[in-house]
Design a protein around this ligand. Structure first.
Ligand SMILES: [Zn+2]
Ligand SMILES: [Zn+2]
Length: 368
């Protein structure tokens, strides 16, 4: 074993994309040994850190910059009306209602106040896709599900329940050629696709023809032409479109870890690429966000966290769209997910919530 072999190899993708286009990767013996100075974004915090200043702020108050928090709620669908540019610094009824809905979706006490627990959740890095579209939330819906799992499902679908058509079960994916991803990064996506292939009749095969691929994966910085700009380190991490669009975008400015133990990363803003990929592929196949915290389709993921196993909620949702894997007689993924679900089930707490239609998350063909 050489210097780099014993513990595992880590590549920070953002360093790689920005500093060495087309060149070979930076390799490090382990995550904690990465010199932070090699990371272009190591000093940056989340764009949402400033929201902590509003902790304790309550209805009727006016605070400088509160419009930015309202923009956040508007972006993720919690303030459905009007333009995000006309939002004021007033803690008004619309903000209070948004906070209450947000709290329900994230299993928090629906006080309508910016308490510490709520603020802690708000600033977590998350998927850029909204939780609510057209003023209707289904993240917290109390749908009853099959007796197989004895639980309440909280998975959601896009409006109209789009899915890949029946004659398209063998899907292809490709990486934006200009990104020049190393094989280790591509392998993280391959593993993420496999999680969904295990529990469905779908297969995923890499192709080099980006234009012709069913699913097209690209890393972009800031505004990249689809009206959903990325925001630098943390904040929104990625977004993906509903079937059969296939567009899968990731924020190039994150400190992505492609391999190795992300929990040991020396830089606090490090994000696990495979974990985010498993979530976004769920969108690409037709799933919306879920309020089940253990589920892959839960909207937030903390940095230095790995979460790649499908929960029972994810499996139930995707199998409603596509059925199960005909070559599998009960995968270990769904079995372990079921056990996990039964031992830490938030179901009873969620049962009383308003039932919504299956198709309440997403807008048109894009769920961002
Ligand atoms: Zn998402
Ligand atoms: Zn995009």
């Amino acid at each position: 074993m050489g210097l780099f072999g014993a513990i595992g190899v880590v590549i920070y993708l953002s360093a790689l994309l920005q500093l060495s286009p087309g060149a070979s990767a930076y390799f490090f013996p382990n995550a904690s040994a990465i010199p932070p100075s090699l990371l272009p974004n190591f000093t940056s915090g989340s764009p949402w850190d400033v929201f902590h200043n509003f902790t304790g702020c309550h209805a009727g108050e006016k605070r400088d910059g509160l419009n930015k928090l309202k923009k956040y709620f508007h972006y993720f669908g919690y303030i459905p009306d009007g333009s995000p540019n006309n939002l004021t610094d007033d803690f008004d009824d619309s903000l209070e209602a948004a906070i209450k809905t947000y709290q329900r979706n994230f299993n928090l006490d629906p006080t309508g106040q910016l308490d510490e627990a709520t603020m802690k959740q708000i600033v977590k890095p998350r998927c850029g896709n909204p939780d609510i579209v057209n003023g209707t939330t289904s993240m917290s819906s109390g749908k009853t599900t099959s007796s197989l799992f004895h639980t309440v499902g909280h998975y959601t679908f896009f409006p109209g329940t789009p899915r890949w058509p029946e004659d398209r079960r063998d899907l292809t994916y490709a990486f934006l050629p200009g990104n020049n991803l190393p094989e280790t990064a591509k392998a993280a996506f391959t593993r993420a696709f496999q999680r969904w292939a295990e529990v469905t009749p779908l297969t995923f095969t890499e192709t080099s023809s980006y234009g012709a691929a069913d699913i097209r994966i690209g890393f972009f910085s800031g505004d990249h032409g689809d009206g959903e700009a990325f925001d630098g380190v943390l904040g929104t991490l990625a977004h993906a479109f509903s079937p059969p669009n296939g567009m899968f975008h990731l924020d190039r400015d994150e400190n992505w870890m492609v391999e190795g133990d992300v929990t040991q990363a020396s830089v606090s803003t490090t994000v696990d690429l495979e974990s985010v990929a498993v979530h976004e592929i769920g969108h690409l196949l037709g799933l919306g966000h879920s309020s089940v915290e253990e589920s892959i389709m839960y909207p937030t993921i903390s940095s230095r966290t790995r979460k790649v196993d499908l929960a029972a909620d994810d499996v139930q949702g995707i199998q409603i769209l596509y059925g199960s894997n005909p070559n599998s007689n009960g995968s270990s993924t769904s079995e372990s997910a079921t056990q996990e679900r039964e031992s830490s089930d938030g179901g009873p707490r969620l049962l009383g919530w308003a039932a919504a239609a299956l198709s309440a998350v997403g807008s048109g063909f894009v769920l961002l």
